[in-house]
Design a protein around this ligand. Structure first.
Ligand code: NAP
Length: 199
C-alpha cells in the first residue's frame, strides 16, 4: 500500500518506518528530512505536500510539537505552539488530506497518554492530546470512505534515555510502532489506540 509517513526521522517514526518499509511503498515527509518537506504548523505547506504526493492508501503522522512547562509560568506562545502545531497541524492533515486518501484507506494521528494520565507541567501537552482524541472520535462519524484513528503512546524508552531518565515504565519505540500497524491494518475507526494494548 502507498503510505505517507510524516515524521519518519523521529524516534517513533523511525520504528514505524522500519515495520512498514518491507511490504509497502513508503513516502516519508518531515520538516528537515524526507522525500517531501512539510511544516505541520503551516496550512499551505500541508496543502503543497498532499498536492506533491497525490493519492495514497494511508497517512501516518508521528509528529506534533507541544512543550512541557509549569502551569503558572507557561507563556501564551507555548499554548499557541501546541495548538497550531500538534493539534491543528494534525487536524489539518485530515481536513486537507481527506481528498487524497483512496477508498478503504486510513489516517492515523498521534496524541499521547498525558491526555488521560496527566503529570505536573503537562497542561499544554495534555490539552492538545485530549483534543486530538475527541477530534478523531467526532470526525470519524462523518468520514466513511477511509478510517481515522489516533495512537496514544506512553513515554518511549529511547526518549527517556535521551533525557537521562530511568527507562522503567516506558515502552520501546519498536513496541510503540505496533499500535500504528494495528491502526493501519485493522478495522477500527474513530478509536484512540493506547500503545500499551498493542505492545
Ligand atoms: N517520544 C515519546 O516519549 C512520546 C510519548 C508520547 C507521545 N509522543 C508523541 O509522539 C510524536 C512523535 O514523538 P517523537 O518523540 O518520535 O518525536 P521526535 O523524535 O522529536 O521526532 C520529531 C519528528 O517530527 C518532525 N517535525 C518536527 N517539527 C515538525 C514540523 N513543524 N513539521 C513537520 N514535521 C516536523 C521531525 O522531522 P525532521 O527530522 O525532518 O525535522 C521528526 O521526524 C509527538 O507528537 C509526541 O508528542 C511521544
Amino acid at each position: 500500500m502507498k503510505t505517507l509517513l510524516i515524521g519518519a526521522s523521529g524516534t517513533i517514526g523511525k520504528a514505524v518506518a522500519g515495520r512498514l518499509a518491507e511490504n509497502h511503498e513508503l513516502i516519508v515527509a518531515g520538516y528537515s528530512n524526507g522525500d517531501v518537506r512539510v511544516d505541520l504548523g503551516n496550512t499551505e505547506s500541508i496543502r503543497s505536500m498532499f498536492a506533491e504526493v497525490g493519492n495514497v492508501d494511508a497517512v501516518i503522522s508521528t509528529v506534533g510539537v507541544a512543550n512541557f512547562g509549569p502551569f503558572d509560568q507557561l507563556p501564551d506562545d507555548e499554548y499557541q505552539l501546541a495548538l497550531s502545531n500538534k493539534l491543528m497541524g494534525q487536524v489539518n492533515l485530515v481536513r486537507l488530506g481527506r481528498g487524497y486518501i483512496n477508498q478503504g484507506g486510513s489516517i492515523t494521528l498521534t496524541s499521547g497518554v498525558l491526555s488521560r494520565e496527566p503529570m505536573q507541567g503537562s497542561v499544554a501537552v495534555s490539552m492538545v492530546n485530549g483534543a486530538l482524541e475527541s477530534f478523531v472520535k467526532a470526525a470519524a462519524l462523518e468520514l466513511d470512505s477511509f478510517r481515522l484513528n489516533v495512537v496514544s503512546p506512553i513515554f518511549v524508552k529511547e526518549t527517556m534515555a535521551m533525557m537521562g531518565m530511568d527507562t522503567d515504565g516506558g515502552l520501546s519505540a519498536s513496541d510503540t510502532a505496533k499500535s500504528y500497524l494495528a491502526s493501519f491494518n485493522g478495522s477500527m475507526h474513530g478509536a484512540t489506540l493506547d500503545a500499551r494494548t498493542y505492545a
